[in-house]
Design a protein around this ligand. Structure first.
Ligand code: ZN
Length: 296
């Protein structure tokens, strides 16, 4: 015969709230206060241990609390507020953390790898001390400050910077690469003048070193653009003034092969010089970007 005063949640031994069938942790009420949660969590640890199953903590307020050595399993912490809290050795296995607010707090040895979802999670000026994060798809490809209006590129820049280092340390090359691109996008947005031009160019021709395919396509684009230019100025020579011959000459010049069977004349000489210079740069860039991705 179940005790009528005890919470109906299977693993829970806490007393029910007045007029409810569940305790403070399990009753389906939003916006639970930090005072209520402190008392309930302390009792829960005493009676049931450190694995907190199926807690309903939507919009719960953990601000100012010190949470340590516990694991919220299969719990719903959507929109939970952790500001001014401190978390030490806390887990969130199979829980929801969407839009949870971790701004400005210390996360020490917190394990979020197995969360169910954490889209729109707020990290800003969060101190990550041996924190384990899940793959990019679980916390969203863009951080909050990069998606909401008004956009805040400086905040996005700071958060992506932290995420890159965490993912590199964890060995998640894909996630680290993705946030590196986001980081550089934010950097481009807050930069001015020549730096902005340079970053835009890098984004276009190689995705900041993350997209070898983009470099390859730029390669092809430049070769045919030069071929058209050669035809426009009268061909590499008068005898070879057609697109096929100009394309052949363009490939030979761009790749710096320089067979020498066609020697440009007139304006084509100047074009050939610039194409050779661009070609040297693009060849080196392609090898660099390709190898960079391969060894990640
Ligand atoms: Zn309960």
């Amino acid at each position: 015969m179940p005790n009528p005063k005890i919470c109906r949640e299977q693993t829970c031994l806490l007393e029910r709230e007045a007029g409810q069938e569940y305790c403070t942790l399990h009753v389906r009420r939003e916006g639970k206060t930090s005072e209520d949660l402190s008392i309930a969590l302390e009792k829960y640890k005493e009676l049931c241990g450190r694995q907190i199953h199926n807690a309903y903590l939507v919009k719960a307020n953990f601000s100012g609390m010190y949470l340590d050595h516990c694991n919220f399993k299969y719990s719903d912490l959507t929109d939970a507020n952790f500001r001014d809290a401190r978390l030490y050795k806390v887990g969130f296995d199979f829980s929801y953390l969407d839009h949870a607010d971790f701004e400005g707090i210390i996360l020490e040895r917190v394990d979020m790898r197995r969360i169910k979802s954490g889209l729109g999670i707020y990290f800003y000026q969060t101190i990550f001390d041996y924190v384990l994060l899940p793959h990019v798809d679980k916390i969203g490809k863009k951080c909050v400050y990069d998606t909401q209006e008004p956009r805040e590129p400086q905040k996005a820049y700071d958060v992506y910077h932290d995420l890159i280092h965490i993912y590199r340390r964890l060995g998640y090359a894909d996630s680290a690469g993705h946030y590196y691109e986001c980081f550089m996008d934010a950097k481009r947005e807050i930069s001015t003048g020549l730096e902005r031009v340079w970053l835009t160019l890098l984004w276009l021709i190689c995705g900041y070193g993350e997209r070898p395919m983009r470099t390859f396509l730029t390669f092809i684009f430049l070769i045919f653009t030069y071929a058209i230019l050669y035809v426009a100025v009268g061909g590499p020579t008068e005898d070879t003034n057609n697109f096929i011959e100009a394309s052949y000459f363009s490939v030979v010049t761009f790749t710096t092969l320089g067979y020498g069977d066609i020697s440009p004349t007139g304006w084509s000489r100047l074009l050939a010089c610039t194409e050779a210079l661009v070609g040297v740069f693009m060849n080196s860039l392609f090898i660099f970007v390709f190898c960079r991705k391969m060894i990640q």
